[in-house]
Design a binder for this molecule. Sequence first.
Ligand code: HEM
Length: 454
Amino acid sequence: MPHMFSDVRAFRRDPLQLLLERGNSAPLGLEPLHLGPGLVLLVNDPNLIRPILKAPETEIGKGKLIKKLTPVLGESSLMLHGEEHKRRRAVLQKHMAKGSVEKYLPQMCAEIRAVGAKLARLGSFDPHRFTATLALRSICIALFGSQVISSGDEEALVQAIGIIEDDLAAEMFRVLPIGPLGWYRRKKSRDFAKLAMSTLVQRLRTGAGSTSMLRDLEALGLNDRELRDEILTLLLAGHHTTGSTAAWLLYHMAANPALMDEIADEAAECLGDHGELRAEAVKRADVSATLVKEVCRLYPSAWWTSREVMAPVTIGGRNLKVGTSLLICPWQLQRDPRHWEQPDRFLMTRRYTTDAYVPFGAGPRACVGMGVALLELQLLALEIAAAYRFTGVSPNPAPWPKASVTLVPPPMNIAIELRQTRRRNSALFEAGVELPYVPPVGVVPADTLYSQSQ
Ligand code: HEM
């Protein structure tokens, strides 16, 4: 009988390795992990994932995870249950579901082009240093309806969110109790960050558009604190998740020059008369969409989530007591050789219809920002491939991610240059005639938009 803490050391050393080894080698079902006094079961059977995520919350709820997050995130749609959760989620969905996010396309593209111009001037770059801020800007577009954030405010926001994220990461990986001094220090820095956030949110509210998500949240009658917590939750939930996925996406474009050229062709097919990406055409752009799917398979930034048994229940033929924790780990499921051929390889020929593919969760608590994230990632691939070529990448092969709140890419370097010729799948292109590259309209001098902090 293993000791109740016998997995703690391996978990602390590298949780990704531990979960992969245990999940992939155990028979499909519920695999016990020995991380403390409570029973924690890793769900490695894809057939059990959706029933668990779709179960009534009176049977299987978010439980302990929420208790850990509440001091940081307060009462927001991520934590709430029942009718209040439904009410808030409906507003978020109205503004972020597939089908309604296309309205953000022009502004998102302008932001990506501004980043591209800056990267090209640098000549080489570490993607993760840029993608997290880009993701923050996309959420601000969705939340406030326009680009209301100044570079100074953005820097303050990034700092405050950074403190809160570090706090969250420390809390999520904490196995042993924290001492009074540690508790006091953490509370102090968290309070500082929340105060900074409140001041910022007040300022951003004044500039928000009249039909924005923020105005609809206000219309629900939320008070200032509830609004701040809701905004903080959206910024946190969407910032590093999309930011680290975007960094991996750029990495794989750099490591596959032929794929990048293919996406440049696809982008050319999507362009309108003024050099802008057309929403209708982007919907049909399969190569860039597949790239996004494969990157979300290899690096699901929400790499684990958990549920708690709230009433006695039978799962996978096993009777579970109240309080049992269920660990759902897309990182493991999406790299299990029983469901994926050559699971660690980046391949553009896969099918994603299996139940072992859940990067955005499932059921009533599935990611509400999925539409924004998917659109942003696809536009990033199309816009960057259309205008630039990546001419080198290191390290190669792909490095191992660092497990934090998301799957953080370690430092990488990508060399970039302006694409000299625009590729086009037109008759001219097929005849071997390449058109000179014309910078798309909307390219904004990077200096005017970006602060020195990036
Ligand atoms: C690649 C990017 C993203 C990934 C992989 C991701 C993944 C996830 C996952 C797996 C969940 C479900 C967690 C659970 O069931 O316990 C979730 C929930 C959530 N996500 Fe995302 N997310 C991403 C981007 C975003 C963005 C851009 C936003 C907002 C702008 C967002 C907002 C939320 C919120 C509010 C929830 C809680 C929903 C609820 O409980 O009703 N996410 N996300």
